[in-house]
Design a protein around this ligand. Structure first.
Ligand SMILES: [Zn+2]
Length: 456
C-alpha cells in the first residue's frame, strides 16, 4: 500500500517520533484471498422490545443485500453453531452466565430491584425472550470465525452479528450481554502472539479495553465520541492500560459531527504507525455503524464510503482479520454499510444502485442507492487544531512502546478445534470409517450451509 506523501511527511516532521518508527510498509499486493462469512439467520429473529433501538432484523436486511449482490459467490459461507456455556465462561463469570441462562421476562417481574441492579438489567439491557440463545448465536458466530482464522481456512472472517463491545465479565452493558469480541480474541491468543483490536463504533469499546487492560499481547484502539458523559463515559486519552498493558490501550476521543475527510485522515495517521510498531499477527476490527451520519443514536457525519475506507485501509496491511459488526440504529443504513464493507473485503466493486429484486427493496427508498448522502446533519465540532493535538498525544504514547512484545507460545490446547463433546464423539465414530468418507462429509456440510444461505 502506498502511503500518500503528505501523510508520511506529517510524521517525519516530528523527528523524535520518526526515529522510533521502523520502516515497514503494508503489503502492496494483499494476499488475503480467503474470505468467510459467518451468519446464523436465527439471530435476526430476536426482539429487544418495541421501543428499543437495537433491532436484530438489521442483520437480515444486511444478509439480503449481501445475497442480492451475489457476494456469497466470493466467500465461504458458514452457519455457525451456538457458543456453549463453557465457551462463554472463558471470559464471563459463572454467576452471570447462570443468570443469563435462567432469567425470563416472567421471572424478571418477580425479582427485586436490587437483584436487577446487580446484573445491570434495565432499559438499555432488558430481559427479553430468548436473550441467552440470541447471545450464544452471535458469540458462536464470532468464535467460529476466529477458528477459521486460526486454522488458516480464512484470511478474513466476517460476522456482522458480533461486535458487542460493551459487555462486561459479570454484567451486560449498552445492549450487549455476552462479549463475543473478548471471547474470540482469547481464542486467537492461543496461537497469535499479538492481536490488535480496532473499534470504529460511535461508542468507546470499553468492555474489550477493560478485558485486556493489563496485557501487552492485545492492543486496543478505539475511535469514539467522548465528552465524559456520552455513553459509556470512558475513553479519554488518559486511559492507556496498566502494568504490562501500559500504553497498549489507545483512545481517540472525538467530538460531534466528524466528517469523512477528517476521520479518515486521523484514522490513517494513527493506525499506520500503531500497526507498524505493534506488528499484530491478527487484527480484530469492530465496524459499529452508529458512527454513520443520520444514525438514530448517532452524532457523527460519516458516509458509507468513509467508514468503509477505514476497513479498506486496515485490509491493505495484509494481516489476517476478524471483522465484526456492533452498534448501528438506523437499520437500512447499517445494512448498506455492512454490505458495502463485505464487498470491500472481497475486493469487488458493486453497483451503487440496489438490485430491485431484493425482497426488502422498499426499505431502501426513495433513492434505492447503496450510498445515500449521510453527512451534514450535525456541525463538525472537531477543529483541525483539536484533531492535531489528539494525534500528537497518541504518537507520544506510541513512543513508549519500544518494540512488539514477543511471547513464548505455549502448546496449543486440545480444545482449539471448537468442537463440542457431542461433535467429538461423532468424529471419533467417523474416524473408525475410512478417510474418504470423512472428506466428503465435510464438503457436504459446507455445501448445505451454502444452500441454506441462498434460500434465505
Ligand atoms: Zn455504539
Amino acid at each position: 500500500m502506498a502511503i500518500p506523501v503528505s501523510e508520511t511527511e506529517t510524521f517525519t516532521a516530528d523527528q523524535k517520533t520518526a526515529s522510533h518508527i521502523p520502516l515497514h510498509y503494508p503489503n502492496n499486493n494483499s494476499n488475503l484471498t480467503n474470505v468467510s462469512y459467518h451468519y446464523n439467520p436465527q439471530v435476526s429473529q430476536y426482539h429487544y422490545g418495541p421501543y428499543h433501538p437495537m433491532k436484530p432484523f438489521r442483520l437480515m436486511l444486511t444478509d439480503h443485500l449481501v445475497i442480492s449482490y451475489k457476494l456469497y459467490e466470493k466467500m465461504d459461507l458458514y452457519t455457525p453453531r451456538k457458543a456453549t456455556k463453557q465457551e462463554m465462561l472463558e471470559f464471563h463469570s459463572e454467576d452471570y452466565v447462570n443468570f443469563l441462562q435462567s432469567i425470563t421476562p416472567e421471572k424478571t417481574a418477580r425479582l427485586s430491584d436490587k437483584k436487577l441492579a446487580q446484573f445491570n438489567i434495565g432499559d438499555d439491557c432488558p430481559v427479553f425472550d430468548g436473550m441467552y440463545d440470541y447471545s450464544s448465536i452471535y458469540a458462536g458466530a464470532s468464535l467460529d470465525a476466529s477458528r477459521k482464522l486460526i486454522s488458516g481456512m480464512s484470511d478474513i472472517a466476517i460476522n456482522w452479528s458480533g461486535g458487542l463491545h460493551h459487555a462486561k465479565k459479570s454484567e451486560p452493558s449498552g445492549f450487549c450481554y455476552v462479549n463475543d469480541i473478548v471471547l474470540s480474541i482469547l481464542n486467537l491468543l492461543r496461537v497469535h502472539p499479538r492481536v490488535m483490536y480496532i473499534d470504529i463504533d460511535l461508542h468507546h469499546g470499553d468492555g474489550v479495553q477493560e478485558a485486556f487492560y493489563t496485557t501487552d499481547r492485545v492492543m486496543t484502539v478505539s475511535f469514539h465520541k467522548f465528552n465524559g458523559e456520552f455513553f459509556p463515559g470512558t475513553g479519554s486519552t488518559d486511559e492507556i492500560g496498566v502494568g504490562k498493558g501500559k500504553n497498549y490501550a489507545i483512545n481517540v476521543p472525538l467530538k460531534d459531527g466528524i466528517d469523512d475527510d477528517s476521520y479518515i485522515r486521523l484514522f490513517k495517521l494513527i493506525m499506520e504507525p500503531l500497526i507498524t510498531k505493534f506488528q499484530p499477527t491478527c487484527i480484530v476490527q469492530q465496524c459499529g455503524a452508529d458512527s454513520l451520519g443520520f444514525d438514530r443514536l448517532g452524532c457523527f457525519n460519516l458516509n458509507i464510503r468513509g467508514h468503509g475506507e477505514c476497513v479498506k485501509f486496515i485490509k491493505s496491511f495484509g494481516i489476517p482479520m476478524l471483522v465484526l459488526g456492533g452498534g448501528g440504529y438506523t437499520p437500512r443504513n447499517v445494512s448498506r454499510l455492512w454490505c458495502y464493507e463485505t464487498s470491500v473485503l472481497n475486493d469487488v466493486t458493486i453497483d451503487p444502485k440496489i438490485p430491485n429484486y431484493l425482497p426488502t427493496y422498499d426499505w431502501f427508498g426513495p433513492d434505492f442507492s447503496l450510498h445515500p448522502q449521510l453527512e451534514g446533519r450535525i456541525d463538525n465540532k472537531n477543529s483541525k487544531k483539536y484533531l492535531e493535538s489528539v494525534k500528537l498525544e497518541i504518537l507520544e504514547q506510541l513512543r513508549y512502546l519500544t518494540h512488539a512484545p514477543s511471547v513464548q507460545m505455549q502448546e496449543i490446547p486440545p480444545d482449539i478445534t471448537g468442537l463440542t463433546e457431542e461433535e467429538e464423539e461423532i468424529i471419533k465414530d467417523l474416524n473408525l470409517e475410512n478417510d474418504d468418507d470423512e472428506t466428503r462429509k465435510s464438503q457436504n456440510t459446507k455445501d448445505e450451509s451454502r444452500d441454506s444461505e441462498m434460500m434465505d
